[in-house]
Design a protein around this ligand. Structure first.
Ligand code: SF4
Ligand code: SF3
Length: 546
């Protein structure tokens, strides 16, 4: 049967090969194809901005922001709304036409076809079918182009959160656009694209540093925090995703209304920031990782605000109380807009909450987190002593994503099977596989140290670099740290590329290796970086821990 779409950007892709009829994530073929076109026109405008910079002309901040949001929109589980995606394509084309007018005739003549495309909406579906992943025929070139593009999607997402806090790094934006445009360039060889992949990792580090600076300058440095996982008696609003600025606006607007605010999934680490502790109605974290939404959003009873991925197509029972903002979108769910620096109006959500029942309790107790770089540096003496005395033998980085695949129970079992003298360093929603296991502590240092969201993997890298300095080592790979990372969507791709750029070797990646790595590209990663998959808990404990 003929493909209706082609997407292989996430770990749950059909048959570990590609979604061709409909997305496992729930993305319909017409939406998947339109996302391909959005990526294509975003590459096109990036070729134009890159050419403008080469001529010494400035590119407006708004254009950088548009490019980042476009890419973010196409991340797995971020936006399922055909009309919203079509509107972004139209806006991009119109801005691109304006920019083309600023370029010299000579530079225009050298632009790729994507930069010149200017179809009307009626033409989008037909055009979309010709510009997808499979339009690159050579499988190694295709693999590298997609690896770079997915890394840039993750980078764009992190930039977007920093931009929402009015922080920009124009060098990151210029690189992102140059690299996007390079994926259109047929003159680039496999070696050129491998080099560009590693350079993407460098800017991944810069992008995560930018977001870290944006978050900590606005909200303080994360600190050890016990987060309540039970419920109160007031009606509540559940907020998910990664955007802390949206959370701030929601907490400001719910203050004193009798409505509590709970976090879900990737928003949990917000509790670790000192700034948010001043809100009495910031009640706790409800539920687990993103893929548990169907049951947990139903029993929450109140409205839900999705600020980013990961959205699971909602059940009818709660669809009318699910709202989206930013790059997120779902057809039939109200989208709340707002420019950076403007206050978004969440009053409709708050009014709805007032008429909803309080959340149904599904758990009780607390979980502990807040072990981002400054908090761990404050404990450095204790940690170093524990390593020197042999109380801590190894750190195991288990950051990344969670997902619905049954094979992911491997991570729970792996955490349980780890010897008691090991400490897990985590970030991202991967933590939900082991953050409620009561794995104990080593001399007061918890055995699961949660740094925060997936972007806070940056903190884990800083911690590794700090330990390298303290132990006076030349190579970060000489530390007693091993990496067993779980991935799902494209933010994990930029985290991986950033770690490779920092020189980290022998990362284990699971539960399956990306379908978008061709055998030759996978070989490059294996030979140069020792990247490996996972096998089974027993053998992996032996090979990683010894
Ligand atoms: Fe399939 Fe993942 Fe693409 Fe969704 S994002 S269509 S599940 S590969
Ligand atoms: Fe999770 Fe989507 Fe990746 Fe941010 S929320 S880590 S999967």
């Amino acid at each position: 049967m003929e493909n209706k779409m082609f997407c292989y950007q996430c770990q749950e892709t059909a048959g570990c090969a590609g979604c061709t009829m409909s997305g496992v994530c729930g993305k319909k073929p017409e939406v998947a194809n339109l996302q391909d076109l959005l990526v294509y026109v975003t590459k096109g405008i990036s070729a134009v901005t890159t050419a403008l910079r080469a001529e010494g002309k400035a590119v407006a901040e708004d254009v950088n922001h548009l490019i980042s949001v476009n890419l973010f929109t196409t991340i797995t589980n971020a936006n399922f709304d055909y009309d919203a995606i079509a509107a972004k394509i139209e806006e991009t084309l119109s801005i691109k036409e304006e920019l083309l007018g600023q370029l010299s005739a000579e530079a225009r003549a050298n632009l790729p076809e994507a930069a010149m495309y200017n179809g009307a909406k009626a033409d989008f579906d037909e055009k979309a079918k010709t510009v997808g992943v499979l339009s690159t025929e050579n499988e190694d070139i295709r693999s590298l182009r997609e690896l770079i593009t997915y890394g840039l999607k993750g980078l764009a997402a992190y930039s977007k959160h920093a931009n929402a806090l009015l922080k920009d790094n124009v060098e990151v934006d210029a690189f992102l656009q140059k690299a996007l445009a390079a994926t259109l360039d047929d003159s680039l060889s496999v070696d050129d694209l491998v080099a560009l992949t590693l350079e993407t990792g460098k800017y991944g580090v810069d992008g995560m540093a930018l977001l870290d600076e944006a978050n900590t300058s606005a909200y303080g440095n994360p600190e050890i925090t016990q987060v309540n996982i039970g419920v109160r008696n007031n009606p509540g609003i559940l907020i998910s995703g990664h955007d802390l600025k949206d959370l701030e606006m929601l907490l400001e607007q719910t203050k004193g209304t009798g409505v509590d605010v709970y976090t879900h999934s990737e928003m949990l680490p917000a509790h670790y920031y000192p700034f948010f502790k001043k809100y009495d109605n910031f009640a706790g974290n409800y539920g687990n990782a993103w893929w548990k939404q169907k049951e947990e959003f139903a029993s929450f009873n109140g409205p839900i605000l999705m600020t980013t991925n990961c959205i699971v197509p909602p059940a009818d029972s709660y669809k009318d109380r699910m709202f989206t903002t930013g790059a997120a979108g779902y057809p039939g769910c109200k989208h709340i807009d707002g420019k950076y620096g403007e206050v978004k109006d969440f009053s409709e959500i708050i009014e709805m909450a007032k008429n909803c029942q309080a959340p149904t309790e599904i758990e009780t107790g607390t979980i502990t987190g807040g072990f981002a770089h400054e908090q761990v540096f404050a404990l450095a003496d204790k940690v170093v002593d524990a390593v020197k005395s042999g109380a801590i033998k190894k750190f195991v980085v288990m950051a990344g994503c969670d997902g619905r695949a049954k094979s992911r129970s491997y991570y729970t079992e792996f955490a349980q099977a780890l010897p008691k003298d090991t400490v897990i360093l985590t970030a991202g929603c991967a933590k939900y596989k082991y953050n409620k296991l009561d794995l104990g502590d080593i001399g007061g240092i918890p055995r699961v140290l949660d740094a925060g969201q997936c972007n806070d993997s940056y903190s884990l890298a800083l911690i590794a670099l700090k330990l390298k300095e303290v132990f006076e080592l030349d190579d970060v790979n000489d530390l007693p740290i091993v990496y067993n990372i779980s991935w799902y969507e494209q933010k994990a791709v930029i985290v991986l590329l950033a770690l490779l750029y920092l020189g980290v070797k022998n990362i284990h990646l699971g539960p399956t290796l990306p379908a978008f790595l061709s055998p030759n590209v996978a070989n490059v990663l294996v030979e140069n970086f020792g990247i490996a998959g996972i096998t089974n808990v027993e053998d992996d404990i032996k090979s990683l821990i010894g």
